[in-house]
Design a protein around this ligand. Structure first.
Ligand SMILES: [Zn+2]
Length: 109
């Protein structure tokens, strides 16, 4: 992808050089509007590069949101549909079972 921005900048720079070359009273090869074409094409490549770059960032974020889960306790990567990592799932289950046994323990003792 780097070639897009590089050739874009190169074209703009070369176009500007051609513009000043023409401005100094020289005739441009191919076309008298060559400097304008080069600058426009260069700008187009730069805009295209940023467009693709932004699209990549946006799609990357949506991909992360829909396909990547993290343990709510330690932030470790876990499979889709899970809330805790293996370790914390065990810990939560133990806490839950202990909570249950606490609740069912007779209060009069
Ligand atoms: Zn965890």
């Amino acid at each position: 992808m780097q070639w897009l921005i590089k050739s874009g900048i190169l074209l703009v720079v070369a176009g500007l050089a051609a513009f000043f070359y023409k401005d100094a009273g020289h005739a441009l090869p191919i076309s008298q509007q060559m400097d304008t074409y080069m600058i426009l094409l260069g700008m187009f490549l730069i805009v295209l590069y940023f467009g693709i770059y932004i699209a990549f960032i946006i799609s990357g974020q949506t991909w992360k949101r829909s396909h990547q889960n993290r343990c709510v306790r330690c932030g470790k990567k876990i499979p889709k549909g899970e809330i805790y990592c293996e370790f914390h799932r065990m810990e939560v289950q133990t806490e839950y079972l202990m909570g249950l046994s606490d609740r069912h323990r007779p209060e009069k003792e």
